[in-house]
Design a protein around this ligand. Structure first.
Ligand code: ATP
Length: 488
């Protein structure tokens, strides 16, 4: 389809006034198109040639509406750092509408679009730094096979926006199968709008769980909770295997369909440091890397509480109890792929845990270690792996490799097939924070070439791209595990 044929529908906004507020964006006076995502164009069925259409600058900052556009600020609440906040909602973003392609609806959501009734003291804006972070993170996770919202286009401006310093305003159009968060259900539950809560459960089931449509209300709500528990467990497993720390796992940042949602002060692990806290405002480490699965379960408990309007406590508990086994299986499957194990044995979990302990003790670089392991062919000494751990840990590494070799000997596949498979599970290119910062620094100076390069590498992070070796390197000591500011 051509860009001028894109027509939006409004299934969510049509739910009614209980769900948000109709409001137009506040456009930039001088928008500057920075990027259009060809992969998302394809996802939406928009012709690839439309990437060069100059209209994106105005569409991406709200000054030109899409056909049929009827922007809507969604109302939700949520638990932030464990405390219920009743005053949330789209404070700087608007649901423009839904676009249908191949029978699927995609939400287009304009982030940074100006004030709404839910802005509280905020200015309704986003900055170039934070939009680049969000733009790249969606691609990075998608490239690793982890569910995530993505972005269609990125538009900058000369509008000054005050954060810890004066920065420039930017907007992106976020694309997702839905923007419904745990917090949407919490809002309707805590304000006792139970008819609307039922309506939202129906709406979500109709889109994502059609097989539950004919069930009675209580069973439908239970089916939806079970679906979200499983999707969230898969998501947490994906993060832990990939070494991704979200940073702000509040319930308003949890998607009902298990997408990674709202990229703020996230970080991918450099050295394997399970206690890594990427968000420098997270003083207690509530959202530290190793806490994530537990926090996701905490958030699911908060969601289940909202569902208690319709579902008996015992059934809620049954749903929640599915989280852990699902997480453990999904994580084990991902780690077996990283280790090149096509078959499953009882000792695999210990083999993996022993390796992670070794990596934690040696503070080895997580992505580089696994990428080097994907090239390992039983060498002694294991020169490439030894380079990644301090001398004091090399004996322990050799012992672990002996166990690993014994385990691999019981696999059917030959070593080159295994190496090839492992190279598809252990990325060479990872969205490390020092790389994102390099891209942001260049973009703030008007140079978007590094953004384009990193964007392309993240589309195919398992390929070698020998001409881009520097983008695969570990950070300098000063760039390791950069704490990221929450202000965005
Ligand atoms: N600059 C701002 N102006 C107005 N509201 C804001 C601003 N920044 C954040 N908010 C609102 O504060 C709440 C929490 O912010 P948070 O950073 O989690 O979300 P966000 O990044 O703005 O949006 P989203 O969750 O849609 O990605 C949300 O309700 C958000 O809309």
């Amino acid at each position: 389809m051509k860009l001028n044929e894109v027509t939006l529908s409004h299934h969510y906004a049509d739910l009614g006034d209980a769900f948000g507020t109709r409001i137009d964006p506040t456009p930039f006076e001088h928008p500057k198109l920075i990027h259009v995502n060809p992969a998302v164009l394809e996802l939406l069925g928009i012709d690839e040639s439309e990437a060069d259409n100059p209209d994106w600058a105005r569409l991406g900052c709200g000054s030109k509406p899409f056909k049929g556009s009827r922007p809507f600020a969604m109302k939700y609440t949520g638990h932030q750092f464990g405390v219920y906040n009743p005053d949330l909602g789209d404070g700087r973003a608007l649901l423009l509408g839904e676009l249908e392609h191949k029978g699927k609806l995609w939400d287009l959501h304009l982030k940074g679009a100006g004030k709404t009734p839910y802005s509280r003291f905020g200015d309704g804006r986003a900055v170039l730094r934070s939009t680049i972070r969000e733009y790249l993170a969606g691609e990075a996770l998608h490239g690793l096979g982890i569910r995530a919202t993505r972005a269609l286009c990125l538009v900058g401006s000369d509008e000054p926006v005050t954060r810890e310093r004066i920065e420039s305003g930017a907007m992106l159009i976020r694309v997702a199968e839905t923007h419904i968060r745990f917090g949407h259900f919490e809002y309707l539950f805590y304000t006792r709008q139970l008819e609307a809560l039922k309506q939202l459960i129906d709406f979500t089931c109709e889109r994502f769980l059609p097989e539950a449509q004919s069930l009675p209300d209580n069973e439908k709500a239970e089916a939806l909770l079970r679906f979200t528990v499983q999707r969230s467990a898969d998501l947490a497993a994906g993060w832990q295997a990939a070494g991704f720390a979200h940073g702000v796992l509040n319930t308003d940042n949890m998607s009902i369909i298990g997408d990674t949602f709202d990229f703020g002060p996230y970080g991918f692990l450099d050295d394997y440091e399970p206690e890594f806290i990427c968000n420098h405002s997270d003083h207690t480490g509530r959202y530290a890397f190793e806490q994530q699965p537990g926090v996701v379960l905490w958030n699911l408990n908060a969601l289940a509480h909202a569902f208690s309007a319709f579902v008996e406590t015992d059934s809620l508990k049954d749903c929640l109890e599915e989280f852990q086994p699902h997480l453990v299986d999904a994580y084990a499957a991902r780690m077996r792929s990283k280790l090149g194990l096509a078959t499953e044995e009882d000792g695999d979990r210990k083999l993996c845990a022993d390796l992670l302990q070794l990596l934690a003790d040696s503070r080895a670089d997580y992505p580089l270690f696994f990428r080097a392991l994907a090239h390992y062919r039983g060498e002694r000494p294991p020169a490439a792996l030894n380079e990644l751990v301090p001398a004091a840990q090399q004996e322990a590494l050799a012992q672990w490799l002996d166990h690993y070799d014994q385990r691999l000997a019981r696999e059917d596949s030959d070593s080159s097939a295994r190496n090839r498979a492992m190279l598809r599970s252990n990325p060479k290119f990872v969205l490390r924070n020092y790389l994102v910062q390099k891209v942001i620094d260049a973009a703030e100076g008007g140079d978007y070439r590094p953004l384009q390069t990193l964007f392309e590498l993240l589309q195919t992070p398992f390929d070698e791209h020998p001409e881009h070796e520097t983008w695969a390197a570990a950070p300098p000591e000063s760039g390791k595990h950069m704490p990221i500011s929450c202000s965005s």
